[in-house]
Structures are given as structure tokens and as C-alpha cells.
Design a protein around this ligand. Structure first.
Ligand SMILES: Cc1cc2c(cc1C)N(C[C@H](O)[C@H](O)[C@H](O)COP(=O)(O)O)c1[nH]c(=O)[nH]c(=O)c1N2
Length: 231
């Protein structure tokens, strides 16, 4: 029997101006944090709220494919940092000249400084082999997991917690370190810790690596516009 709509629907009026302002403030002032982490451990109830925010993310077929591996052990974080360092040196060599020097001057992780790392993974088998909405695009489960990451990142901003996403790793290094089975996809390594200060603008923009693109040049109407597509 179908539930009566009046039993399952709630009012969806717009937020108050203050509530709205808070949502946009979290979105606009969220930063990727590498160096501003404070050493204090995050309380368990706060971590629970952040994971709850992540777990409220949308997911294809409501498959909720995520797992969250909480990494507090300094030895494990040290090993992850070594894996980052190796990969980061390889990455530096892919740029030339001045760009390589600038790359090398960038701080691109906070793995040892942040008291907590969370490895976010995606289990493609969570809802069986045929998943509503994923039948024609297998990437949809990973996309769903990224939605969970973003929910966590925004909730963290509201809680005064900085988050930094580190992706400069060989997948195999993190897989071996955290004993993640082959069938599980590694989506994100996140560094978390309280912060007193955040960059006002993306750190990569402040440091001259790349600037924010003008939004109106990214918005097309009704058709792809080839001339404007590659900025
Ligand atoms: C999928 C993915 C992967 C990475 C990132 C982000 C995302 C979405 N970012 C952070 C990225 O540099 C940052 O989001 C942009 O520079 C914009 O800055 P804000 O996030 O607005 O501060 C990132 N930053 C970093 O220092 N090392 C890294 O390996 C990565 N990897």
C-alpha cells in the first residue's frame, strides 16, 4: 500500500534570510586547508555530526556506497605522507621551468599536521549489481560518494573544522596501507582539524597558480558553445 502523501510530505518553505545567509556563507567561505590545522583532536560527537552530514548525501538508487575510514594513528598518517611525497615529486616533474618551481613551492597536503584523516571509499556492490540510475553510467556510484564528501566539507566549515582533500597518491599505496580490497574504489583522502584562520580566496588563486573563472563564461543556453568551452 502506498503511504498517504499527507503523512510523508513536509512543508518546504524557503529558509529565513538568516538561515539562507548561513548556508551561502558556508559555501562561499569553505576552503581546502593544507597548513592551518590546529593539533587538538576533534571530539567524537563532532566527528559524528560530520559523518552524519556526509551520510545524508544523495546517492544513485539510494545505494549509499560510501565507507569512512577514520585514520588517527600517527604512524599510518606518516606512511600516507611518504606516499604523498613520492607521488608529489613525480607530479612536479610533469611541469616545466618556472611552473615546476611554483608547483614545488605549493603546500598540497596537511596529512601529518591534521589530527584526523578520513579515507572515503565507494563500494560498487553496495546495492547489488543492477542499481537504479546507474545502469547506463557506472561512474554514478563514485559521483554519489563525492556528494558525501562535499556535505562533510560544508558541515565542517560550519563547525570551525578545516578539511583538505589530498589526491596526490598512487591508489595502490593507500590501498595497501589501509588494507582496502581491490573491488572498493578509493574516492578521497581528507585531512581534518580545527582551524582559526582560513584563506579568504582559494590558496591556489592567492599563490598565483590559477584564478577563479568568470561564471557567466561557463553558462551556456540550450546548446554547447564550442568557441567558449575551453578557457
Ligand atoms: C577532487 C579534488 C582533489 C583535490 C582537491 C580538490 C578536489 C575537489 N584539492 C583542493 C583544490 O585545490 C581546491 O579545492 C581548489 O584549489 C579551490 O580552493 P578552495 O577549495 O575553494 O579553497 C587538492 N588540494 C591539494 O592541496 N592537494 C590535493 O591533492 C588536492 N586534490
Amino acid at each position: 500500500m502506498r503511504p498517504d502523501p499527507k503523512d510523508v510530505l513536509v512543508h518546504a518553505q524557503a529558509f529565513s534570510a538568516t538561515e539562507r545567509e548561513a548556508v551561502y556563507r558556508a559555501i562561499e567561505t569553505r576552503r581546502d586547508v593544507r597548513d592551518q590545522f590546529l593539533p587538538e583532536p576533534l571530539p567524537d560527537d563532532l566527528i559524528g555530526r560530520l559523518l552524519g552530514a556526509a551520510h545524508n548525501a544523495p546517492s544513485v538508487g539510494f545505494m549509499q556506497p560510501w565507507n569512512f575510514i577514520l585514520v588517527r594513528d600517527p604512524d599510518v598518517r606518516e606512511a600516507a605522507w611518504r606516499a604523498f611525497s613520492r607521488a608529489n615529486e613525480e607530479a612536479a616533474l610533469m611541469f616545466d621551468g618556472e611552473r615546476r618551481d611554483t608547483y614545488r613551492s605549493l603546500k598540497l597536503e596537511g596529512i601529518r599536521k591534521a589530527p584526523l584523516s578520513i579515507c572515503v571509499t565507494c563500494d560498487p556492490d553496495r546495492a547489488g549489481s543492477v542499481v537504479l540510475g546507474r545502469t547506463h553510467n557506472p561512474k554514478m556510484d563514485a559521483f554519489s560518494t563525492v556528494c558525501a564528501v562535499q556535505n562533510l566539507w560544508l558541515a565542517a566549515r560550519a563547525e570551525g573544522v578545516g578539511v583538505g582533500w589530498v589526491s596526490i597518491f598512487h591508489d595502490a599505496d593507500i590501498r595497501a596501507l589501509l588494507r582496502i580490497p581491490e573491488r572498493i574504489e578509493i574516492v578521497a583522502w581528507l585531512c581534518l582539524g580545527f582551524v582559526d584562520e582560513l584563506y579568504r580566496e582559494p590558496e591556489l588563486a592567492v599563490k598565483g597558480w590559477r584564478q577563479r573563472l568568470p561564471l557567466d563564461e561557463l553558462v551556456f543556453h540550450d546548446r554547447w558553445q564550442e568557441a567558449d568551452a575551453r578557457l
